[in-house]
Design a protein. Structure first.
Length: 519
């Protein structure tokens, strides 16, 4: 059974907590078609890195590698030239002006050497910076991409990642790649499972779209969903909204388990939950004996051997049509979140398929009624004799409406009436040639019927008819009636009347329309 009890009002939150605990401790998951999901691995601790970024370190290293040799050679050359200058000065002190000129030349050469060394070191540093940036940028972009991916994984599975300070860019890239490598089998599995669920959803939707009636939609739905979920029972529970009673109107159940089809169930507490279901509430119970359900509810579930169940609302025209219900009878079942999501999507699609089937039924019914009308009018017009026309009319109408009696009631000038044509089911009283006088008819109804009044009475004892009128109907065993005027040359020729004698009858709109057109 599917309906919640007051004691299960907090079930959704409890189920969410249960599933979080299960996701942490469960070594494996099983997909809809039984494929094992890769187990979660323990997360590695990320050590804290330095305060300098990878880019900064690379820049400093490149500048150092490119400029230090240049500066070293320049300084060494400067030292050698300066030493040579000193030697020349010491050996040439007596030469006077020549010595001064030589000393000036050495000073100029030393200046140029220092300038050249600085310029060369600067150019080497600039080239190093440019090349380092060209080399580091892809690493930084890769780091940013992996950071984004890992952050998404952290948000999706907050309980499975340790929250640690991010190291430098290279360390972060290495750590991210390690996490991605660790998670890749599970990510691939999830992608395959998502594709599989989408394919299952599309297959079942395609099957339901082929249906042209409500019964066919429900039958295809329960069969396809039970096969996809590999569960013991899938049922459609439909409500009688006037009392919130309901019954299983369709079912697919594994052999050996009790059948729930057409079982009527009333839950006095459901009315309080109807609005929740109408707003999309999904109810999942992994184990009925651990869900804090009331004894009465557990007894009801045990009647159908239920150990775990999954319930989603079926909406039709924004109204709660019923519930899509999954039962596990062999034992408890840990409903996975992807199963719950898919189940809810399928319930939505069942509602849409029901709306589509209803429109197709209406279209087919209109086409059928048009064909029926053409056939009846063709048969009526096959003769030019009034008596034959009337007999063909009552016969064809009774055959199409499946009612107990159809008559043509013809008025005389003083508004006395006579049954001039009749088609009646064997066993019902005959009315042919019966004469009936209603003293109130001329005063109250002639103009109304001439104007096209059609009267449908589902139950003659609940329609507020006068005692005189009821006594006129009583000899013919009438329980329900349908009356339409026959107008000839703007004159009320008579009435076309259908009678139901076995029991009251709810005349359908299409029946009234067809009856009126034929009259």
């Amino acid at each position: 059974m599917t309906l919640p009890t007051p004691s299960s009002s907090n079930q959704n939150s409890e189920n969410s907590q249960i599933k979080q605990n299960l996701n942490q401790s469960e070594p494996q998951k099983v997909s809809l078609l039984g494929r094992n999901e890769p187990p979660l691995k323990s997360r590695k601790q990320v050590s804290k890195g330095g305060t300098w970024s990878f880019s900064s370190k690379a820049m400093i290293g490149a500048i150092a590698v490119s400029t230090i040799p240049v500066l070293a050679v320049g300084i060494l050359t400067y030292s050698m030239v300066r030493s040579l200058r000193q030697q020349v000065i010491q050996t040439g002190q007596s030469e006077g002006p020549v010595l001064a000129e030589t000393e000036n030349n050495f000073d100029r050469q030393l200046g140029l050497l220092l300038l050249g060394t600085a310029v060369t070191a600067g150019l080497a540093g600039a080239i190093a910076i440019f090349m380092t940036r060209r080399t580091v940028n892809p690493v930084l972009q890769g780091t940013a991409m992996t950071n984004k991916l890992v952050d998404q994984l952290r948000r999706q599975e907050a309980n499975t990642f340790n929250s640690q300070a991010r190291p430098d860019d290279l360390g972060s890239l290495q750590s991210n790649l390690s996490i991605i490598e660790e998670r890749l089998p599970e990510l691939i599995w999830k992608q395959e499972a998502e594709t599989e669920r989408y394919q299952i959803l599309m297959d079942i939707i395609q099957q339901m779209r082929k249906a042209r009636s409500e019964e066919e939609v429900l039958r295809l739905a329960v069969t396809g969903i039970r096969q996809a979920f590999q569960t013991d029972r899938i049922g459609i529970f439909r409500f009688n909204t006037s009392s919130w009673e309901g019954s299983f109107v369709e079912e697919s159940v594994a052999p050996g388990f009790p059948k729930a089809l057409w079982s009527t169930i009333k839950d006095p507490c459901f009315e309080g939950h109807a609005q929740e279901y109408a707003q999309g509430r999904i109810h999942a119970i992994d184990n009925i004996y651990e869900a804090e359900l009331g004894d009465c509810y557990i007894t009801l579930l045990e009647r159908f051997a239920v150990k775990a169940n999954l319930v989603a609302p079926i909406m039709q025209d924004d109204q709660l049509f019923g519930l899509l219900i999954g039962h596990q009878c062999t034992g408890p079942r840990l409903w996975q979140q992807h199963e719950i999501d898919l189940f809810a999507q399928l319930a939505t699609q069942v509602g849409l398929a029901l709306e589509r089937a209803r429109l197709l039924e209406q279209f087919d019914m209109k086409a059928t009624r048009s064909q029926v009308f053409i056939e009846i009018t063709h048969n009526i017009r096959a003769s030019l004799i009034e008596e034959d026309i009337l007999e063909a009319t009552v016969y064809q109408v009774r055959k199409e409406l499946w009612c107990d009696r159809v008559i043509v009631y013809h008025f005389s000038e003083d508004w006395y009436g006579t049954v001039v044509a009749e088609s009646v089911l064997p066993g019902c009283p005959k009315a042919l040639y019966a004469k009936i006088k209603d003293p109130c008819f001329e005063e109250g109804y002639v103009e109304q019927y001439k104007a096209g009044r059609v009267q449908a009475i589902n139950n003659v004892h609940e329609a507020g008819l006068t005692e005189c009128h009821l006594k006129q109907l009583e000899p013919f065993g009438v329980k329900a009636s349908l009356i339409a005027p026959i107008v000839k040359d703007n004159h009320l020729f008579g009435l076309l009347i259908a009678h139901e004698c076995a029991a009251p009858r709810n005349w359908q709109p299409w029946e009234i329309d067809l009856f009126t057109q034929i009259a």
